[in-house]
Design a protein around this ligand. Structure first.
Ligand SMILES: Cc1cc2nc3c(=O)[nH]c(=O)nc-3n(C[C@H](O)[C@H](O)[C@H](O)COP(=O)(O)OP(=O)(O)OC[C@H]3O[C@@H](n4cnc5c(N)ncnc54)[C@H](O)[C@@H]3O)c2cc1C
Length: 412
């Protein structure tokens, strides 16, 4: 590993080369900061012949961020599937809400993109940026903080000095634990089954989500007849579903979606994810800031987790850039506190809303699902509320960083 800049101390070191960390490195590199990204893995590989099992529904704000750092062309040239409609319903009461891009007067509701498409494109971008150094196959192990900077050490024997450390290592962030930042963890009691499924339905641009007695199942369109399934369910039902053979699994899925997506004709390998919900008690410590899942993680039922982390990255990048323009140190408490004030409240609101959904639709309290179903029906008919909800989920409404402003083109 050869550092691309000759000075001894980086402006910012980022630990964690996932979607949030990789994007922040790109944003800061674009602004001329000297950045070091410490990545646990090597450069992510994207396979043009096979969909990666983990996909993300990426919203307008995130697309604007990718366009801003100049990585969108590359992502689009790999594999991106826009969706124009989304149907959400509750299985018992048939309460439903529908979102339609035409009705919302937007080009699309979002795009389904494999995680490896995003991260491999981000790593290619970082390799081209003259002031961003990437240390691959290396995990942050510890750091010492003093009055002027931080000294980081990794399990690969690298020593890195920086003014600011950003923890982007996901839900088990070591930067968070080494900084003694506590977190509020909410038991989800749920696991997600993720798999690619085939259907005889040829609409490749509609997303479907159904609230079931034992969880929530979503089908995200990958292309004509191919979907990515994310089935979040309680532990007991998870084991029942995993024990089914492929034919039984497809039949259960067809029935659960009430045939609305046609007949499920095939399923690929089923992957499991333990679902976590947490919020760090603080997003900052002395010379440290947290972004992405290191700061918060939510249930995948609204497909917002990665989008929230990308907003953290864009907000922090804006705060650091503006502070430098005003002659302030990037590691000063006032500067970091500005970032925390900006993002923590917004993220808490989303986390609380997702917990509300889980309580309403996942609770065994009699009547709660009826109220949930009625709520969906009501919001579906209250146009301004529905528009506001969609605008927030698409990343067009809210306290957005300048590069995510709704006036900027988010076309595919
Ligand atoms: C089933 C499922 C479906 C989802 N669907 C969606 C969706 O549709 N839309 C959406 O927006 N979100 C979705 N999410 C959430 C989304 O995947 C996460 O919010 C997002 O991946 C978090 O990105 P991150 O970069 O913060 O963390 P991560 O993706 O966890 O990346 C952290 C990186 O840091 C590395 N690391 C860990 N420890 C160290 C260390 N000590 N040193 C250096 N590196 C380290 C890890 O190896 C990893 O590469 C979903 C989540 C799940 C589980």
């Amino acid at each position: 590993m050869v550092f691309k800049h000759k000075e001894e101390v980086f402006d910012v070191a980022i630990s964690g080369g996932g979607i949030a960390g990789g994007t922040l490195a790109g944003l800061l590199g674009l602004q001329g900061f000297n950045v070091c990204l410490i990545s646990a893995g090597s450069k992510p590989q994207w396979d043009p012949n096979q969909h990666h099992p983990r996909v993300n529904a990426v919203n307008h704000a995130s697309i604007r961020i990718f366009k801003h750092i100049g990585v969108w062309e590359d992502i689009r040239n790999k594999r991106v599937n826009p969706y124009y409609q989304m149907h959400v319903w509750e299985s018992d009461t048939r309460g439903a809400i529908e979102f339609d891009a035409k009705e919302m007067r937007v080009p699309h509701l979002g795009a389904i993109i494999e995680s490896t498409v995003l991260t491999s494109s981000l790593f290619d971008l970082l390799a081209r940026q003259p002031n961003v150094s990437v240390i691959e196959k290396s995990r942050l192990e510890g750091f010492l903080v003093n009055d002027v900077n931080l000294a980081l050490h990794t399990d690969s024997g690298h020593e890195v000095r920086c003014r600011l450390l950003v923890g982007a290592e996901g839900a088990d962030s070591i930067s968070r634990s080494l900084s003694n930042i506590g977190k509020r963890e909410y038991a989800s009691g749920q696991q997600a089954i993720v798999a690619e499924v085939l259907t005889d339905n040829h609409d490749g641009h509609t997303a479907w989500q159904v609230f079931l007695p034992n969880g929530v199942a979503a089908l995200l369109p990958l292309e004509e007849g191919k979907y990515s399934l994310v089935w979040s369910c309680d532990d007991e039902y998870y084991h029942t579903l995993m024990a089914l053979d492929d034919t039984e699994f497809c039949e259960t899925l067809t029935t659960s979606f009430e045939g609305r997506v046609g007949r499920i004709t095939g399923v690929g390998k089923r992957y499991s994810f333990v679902l976590r919900q947490h919020q760090a008690e603080s997003y900052i410590a002395r010379r440290v800031a947290l972004i992405g899942d290191a700061a918060h993680s939510i249930l995948p039922l609204a497909g917002l987790g990665a989008n929230m982390g990308l907003l953290d990255a864009a907000s922090l990048s804006q705060v650091l850039g503006e502070s430098r323009q005003h002659g302030r140190d990037v590691d000063s408490y006032t500067v970091l506190r500005r970032y925390e004030r900006w993002r923590k409240g917004d993220n808490a609101l989303v986390l609380d809303s997702m917990r509300g959904f889980q309580l309403l639709f996942g609770s065994r309290i009699q009547g709660s699902r009826v109220i949930g179903g009625a709520g969906l029906k009501l919001v579906n008919h209250l146009n301004p509320v529905k528009k506001a909800l969609a605008g927030f989920a698409m990343g067009d409404i809210g306290d957005l960083p300048l590069i995510c402003s709704a006036s900027i083109n988010a076309d595919i």
